[in-house]
Design a protein around this ligand. Structure first.
Ligand code: ATP
Ligand code: MG
Length: 420
């Protein structure tokens, strides 16, 4: 029996490792695809036809969808392997609900739907739970409600039910046949296989939500009437015991494709803000104009994409395809303001390289921003321990990366480091 259990645990461990590796392999090419298609869509040389710009936007949109799918699958496999962690802390409900309203409002408005949030008077203003996970589940439920409703509206009611806090997401949408109410919580299952064409999505949202609700010490209930609407209710305790939580959050949320912050079906990973139209160049780019960045990355496609994007925004880019060359370039170029460091490289990996950078004269203060495609629990901590300043998940959102870099590269820039 014990042996069997051990074998099972190991098999699930292998599966999670495999998913993490696969997600890395998929994210890396996606990174250049997303960056370059976004760059094309911006049409910086004003030489593309509107139709060609539309193509570039389509490529970007499809890439973003693919990325979301990868994130979801990774998320689900982590949860199933028991490797996703909850991080209990104070959750201010007004803040949580405000964020959700802001995220889903535009989608509802676009479809001509009302979106209302109602809080009953007996609900406490603060609870103890995992803000990110809670938001993730509610975002999924609200995104579904908006997606599967064509007229009327969506209401999120927060109240107390049997000692638990109840978040009821009510819609006036297409509804779900009674026979399908259980099946929709299974991975890749949709009430009507053919509706995916009309409504989009892959059928992972509810499976992830169900597992997350369980991790939060609660569950999801559903009632529905075909043609009238559905009510999905998330029930969670007001106090998630802090002792039940282990470790820290999986990875930073400074992440992902340029289009991920506004409209469309809820993003499911904890790894992610919602998505929306690609944003234009931010003031961060202005703050960075003239700065010098060193990219240390062994993937040439990545370097090419990042370099093109950064140069377009007025940065000077130096590039090394391995850790040792990176260190050498740094000693030759004291003007480097910030380093973008790949995590997985042959020979000297990002962590090792950063440890060495920290020993260079002036190297202690140099901002080293990690870019990683593989975000497993513990990776982030390992990089921070090695001296990483920030840790960003690939594919990189250019605006967020620029903003983050601008944070560390403060104008007016003084020479910080002295050449050896
Ligand atoms: N509010 C709702 N009204 C009607 N049907 C719903 C609603 N929420 C979920 N469903 C049904 O349950 C199915 C599964 O939902 P789920 O969120 O898991 O997947 P999805 O929304 O199709 O895709 P994804 O969330 O992965 O983008 C949906 O495809 C839909 O058939
Ligand atoms: Mg969904």
């Amino acid at each position: 029996m014990e042996e069997k259990a051990q074998q099972l645990a190991q098999a699930s461990q292998y599966k999670t490792e495999f998913m993490a590796n696969m997600s890395h392999e998929l994210r890396t090419p996606l990174n250049s695809l997303l960056l370059l298609s976004r760059l094309l869509a911006e049409n910086p040389d004003a030489n593309l036809t509107p139709r060609q710009i539309e193509f570039a936007n389509t490529i970007h949109g499809a890439g973003s969808d693919l990325l979301r799918l990868i994130d979801d699958i990774l998320d689900l496999s982590k949860i199933e392997a028991g490797r996703a962690e909850v991080d209990a802390g104070p959750v201010v409900l007004a803040e949580l609900l405000g964020d959700l309203e802001q995220a889903l409002g535009p989608q509802a408005e676009e479809k001509g739907l009302t979106l209302a949030v109602e809080i009953s008077a007996d609900v406490p203003s603060t609870i103890t739970s995992d803000m990110q996970r809670l938001q993730q589940v509610l975002r999924n439920l609200l995104a579904n409600a908006v997606k599967f409703t064509d007229t009327g509206g969506v209401t999120l009611q927060v109240g107390r039910a049997g000692g638990l806090l109840a978040f009821a997401v009510r819609d006036t949408g297409i509804g779900i046949p009674a026979g399908k109410l259980e099946m929709i919580f299974e991975a890749f299952q949709q009430a009507d296989g053919t509706t995916s064409r009309k409504y989009g999505g892959t059928g992972l949202g509810l499976s992830i939500s169900k597992e997350l609700a369980r991790m939060l010490g609660g569950r999801i209930k559903v009632t529905s009437t075909v043609g009238e609407g559905s009510v999905f209710t998330l029930l969670v305790p007001e106090e998630l015991p802090t002792t039940a939580t282990a470790g820290s959050r999986a990875s930073t949320s400074v992440s992902l494709s340029g289009s991920r912050s506004g409209s469309m079906a809820g993003s499911l990973s904890g790894p992610t803000p919602l998505r929306g139209p690609a944003r234009r160049v931010t003031p961060a780019a202005t703050a960075l104009a003239g700065a010098t960045v060193l990219i240390v990355d062994d993937d040439v496609r990545n370097v090419f994409a990042l370099t093109s994007a950064l140069e377009l925004h007025g940065l000077t880019v130096l590039y090394a395809d391995n850790g040792a060359a990176g260190i050498r370039l740094l000693t030759e170029h004291p003007e480097v303001d910030v380093v973008l460091m790949d995590t997985m490289m042959p020979d000297l990996d990002g962590n090792e390289t950063t440890r060495l950078i920290r020993e260079l004269p002036g190297g202690r203060e140099l901002p080293v921003v990690f870019l990683t495609a593989k975000a497993m629990p513990g990776d982030r901590e390992a990089s921070l321990a090695a001296g990483a300043t920030e840790y960003v998940t690939k594919p990189v959102d250019l605006d967020e990366l620029l903003a983050l870099m601008a944070n560390w590269v403060t104008p007016p820039r003084r020479p910080r480091r002295v050449a050896r």
